[in-house]
Design a protein around this ligand. Structure first.
Ligand code: EPU
Length: 427
């Protein structure tokens, strides 16, 4: 990839981490659900395959708009081969036990970020009265005959997945559940908004205490649009800054971008916010910045590899502390191949800015690591080849075309192995 003239505008797609929860959440609804702004990415195609295997009918009205009819769902065991590698398949547990009283999925596979336990999901389900068993790689869940009962749940760690799963399971339970120490990410709020739009009674999403008063049933009456993807928008913001470009990022929610905006401004970028658009420009070499990843509204871990690439090109030394995942610095070896000066140890990385990066063959260790390789490739001298791009396709819609439209020289070579692995690994 070679940078030509990196400026223009880009439109952000729907949020992966909201959509991968909202699609399973439709299982709770009687009748059809009409969804808009659904991203066209391989993770969504994987969820749709799983829903269809349970008996759902899914009809695409356009590339990003679909109707899901779950009235025919008569199976609560999701196929092992589809769920074992797909992390977000854990949302099927909450939705299926909430609606049908039983669920079986494979243990969601860990991906390249270190240990990914689901003890807090299980704790939430058990508090609501479910019986959970974990055996030979499968998780089995069943509700009492008369359904789940509301309760108080205190999550020991702030977990996006456990918060959403507790909401899903409590939505049709009897009584009012209180979930404390909740994750406040925009996608948690979006799932709650979707459920409220079909008749749920969920209050407090976006704060650390959420109250869910169980309702008898959910009925879809109008369509629901998934929020824009915070991390895709953040990735293009960093792209504008690292290339000293000037990019208008359309279809984003500036409020969601604040932790990223603040750090880019500290690095010297100009960030101008409009209603649903952000313009990012940068003239100088970035100043070094320090980052500590935190649950929302802190700096998102899913932007850590991308911002590391920016610091790697800065005038000075920055430090990154990763406080969410045990093992999210593996990609730094790939940046080092390109000439970056990074010392990563445990959850800390010291990043010394260099004048130049050099194109080389690199791997996309995971979705966000892959995005960081693209950013590095944009500014590197010479040609960068990125392997294992199926990771990137899991969460970034049409990324090659989007960068091309901004002036990047980037081509997509589809290798047969990547096709086989498509939708195979999850984050
Ligand atoms: N944790 C536990 N027990 C649990 C659940 C989580 O100890 O039962 C710990 C985790 O080990 C981690 C922390 O809690 O240290 C936070 O994990 P969380 O549950 O919030 O992560 P997740 O729901 O599995 C989602 C995103 C990730 C993102 C994290 C953190 C989805 C499908 N995935 O994962 O997204 O990094 O939240 O924001 O929503 C990505 O999109 O690239 C990605 C990895």
């Amino acid at each position: 990839m070679v940078l030509v003239d990196y400026r223009g505008e880009v439109t952000i797609s729907g949020a992966k981490n909201a959509a991968v929860a909202i699609l399973p959440a439709t299982l709770l609804v009687n009748g059809k659900c009409h969804l808009e702004n659904v991203p066209d990415i391989s993770d969504i195609r994987a969820i749709i395959k799983i829903l269809k295997s349970l008996g759902s009918k899914v009809e695409y009205i356009s590339d990003h708009e679909l109707i899901i009819d779950n009235t025919g769902v008569n199976i609560t065991t999701a196929p092992y081969d589809l769920t074992c590698k797909f992390r977000a398949s854990y949302y099927l547990l909450g939705a299926l036990i909430g609606k049908f009283g039983s669920a079986q999925i494979s243990l969601p596979g860990g991906c390249n970020l270190g240990a990914r336990p689901i003890d807090q999901h299980i704790k939430a389900f058990e508090s609501l009265g479910a019986t959970i068993g974990v055996k030979r790689g499968n998780v089995y869940a069943s509700a009492p005959k008369d359904g789940l009962n509301a309760t108080s749940i205190f999550l020991d760690v702030v977990s996006v997945g456990a918060t959403i799963n507790a909401i899903l399971a409590a939505t049709l339970a009897k009584g009012t559940s209180t979930i404390e120490n909740c994750a406040k990410e925009p996608h948690v709020v979006d799932v709650a908004n979707f459920l409220n739009s079909v008749g749920a009674n969920i209050k407090g999403a976006g704060t650390d205490v959420i109250k869910v008063t169980g309702v008898k049933e959910l009925n879809q009456n109008s369509s629901y649009a998934v929020i824009p993807d915070q991390i895709e928008a953040g990735t293009f913001m960093v792209a504008a800054a690292i290339t000293k470009g000037n990019v208008l990022i359309k279809n984003c929610i500036p409020k969601h971008m604040e932790p990223i905006t603040a750090k880019l401004q500290e690095a010297g970028a100009e960030v101008i916010e409009f209603e649903d658009t952000i313009r990012v420009s940068m003239d100088d070499t970035p100043r070094p910045i320090n980052i500590k990843t935190m649950p929302y509204p802190g700096f998102p871990t899913d932007m850590q590899p991308q911002i590391c690439t920016l610091i790697a090109m800065s005038k000075g030394t920055g430090m990154i502390i990763e406080s969410i995942w045990d093992s999210r610095f593996q990609y730094t070896d790939e940046l080092i191949k390109m000439g970056a000066d990074i010392t990563a140890h445990g959850r800390t990385a010291m990043v010394k800015g260099v004048d130049k990066l050099y194109g080389s063959p690199v791997g996309a260790h995971d979705l966000r690591a892959g995005a960081a390789m693209i950013l590095a490739g944009l500014v590197a001298h010479g040609r960068t080849e990125i392997y294992d791009i199926y990771h990137i396709e899991r969460g970034y819609e049409n990324i090659v075309e989007k960068f091309k439209n901004l002036g990047a020289k980037i081509e997509f070579y589809r290798d047969p192995e990547a096709c086989v692995k498509e939708s195979g690994v999850s984050c």
